[in-house]
Design a protein around this ligand. Structure first.
Ligand SMILES: NC(=O)c1ccc[n+]([C@@H]2O[C@H](COP(=O)([O-])OP(=O)(O)OC[C@H]3O[C@@H](n4cnc5c(N)ncnc54)[C@H](OP(=O)(O)O)[C@@H]3O)[C@@H](O)[C@H]2O)c1
Length: 175
């Protein structure tokens, strides 16, 4: 169980928005970040998303990796089709599910409600933030949900400038 790593992966604007006013991050997302994200997904055992993000991505194309989809429309855990688990349970049950299915590299792809839950529950081991050099007046903030006190400490492990426009990838690890 201790071998599990829960990685939060998000792309934001300079003012911390993860979408534009139409609910999309694509207008901001650089090719270099898309390439990095693809590799990150390839290296993951499972992807965790909120139901809204899942529906948005299902519109885009087939799912390449096992998914755990958070939704409050069910109780507990439901397997709807191959490799897609719907989840509405406690933190310990998520850890046990990943343990049973031997998921070790667990990548949290958002959206803002899901990032909020993982930070609140203090499960994350790493945070990868890509900052795209734009400002957005509308759109969703990185976190949405009731306020909580962040008690964890994060250490900056690595920064990478992904392109000449100044897209910056930050990697933090729990201290
Ligand atoms: N820039 C980025 O890196 C990035 C990454 C991912 C997503 N996004 C964008 O973010 C937007 C979606 O974010 P969002 O915050 O609106 O929605 P979301 O986090 O994707 O999904 C929210 C849904 O997840 C379920 N949920 C939330 N908390 C839960 C919990 N504790 N237990 C069980 N289920 C839970 C609920 O589903 P039910 O309503 O079914 O109960 C809720 O409506 C999209 O526009 C997407 O494009 C951006």
């Amino acid at each position: 169980m201790s071998a599990q790593r829960f990685l939060m992966v998000a792309g934001t604007t300079l003012n911390g928005k993860i979408t534009d006013g139409n609910g999309s991050f694509l207008p901001f997302s650089s090719d270099e970040d898309q390439k990095w994200l693809k590799k990150m997904i390839n290296d993951s055992d499972v992807l965790i998303v909120g139901r809204k993000t899942y529906e948005k991505h299902a519109e885009i194309g087939p799912l390449s990796k096992p998914h755990i989809v958070f939704t409050q429309q069910i109780k507990g855990i439901q397997i709807k089709r191959d490799n897609v688990h719907f989840f509405n349970d406690r933190k310990d049950d998520l850890i046990n599910l990943c343990d049973i299915l031997q998921y070790k590299t667990i990548t949290i792809l958002g959206g803002s409600e899901i990032y909020h839950w993982f930070l609140k529950e203090k499960i994350l081991s790493d945070i990868y933030l890509t900052i795209e050099p734009h400002f957005e007046g509308k759109g969703l903030n990185l976190l949405s949900g009731p306020s909580f006190i962040e008690q964890e400490k994060w250490k900056l492990k690595k920064t990478v400038v992904l392109n000449s426009s100044g897209t910056l990838l930050l990697h933090y690890q729990k201290k």
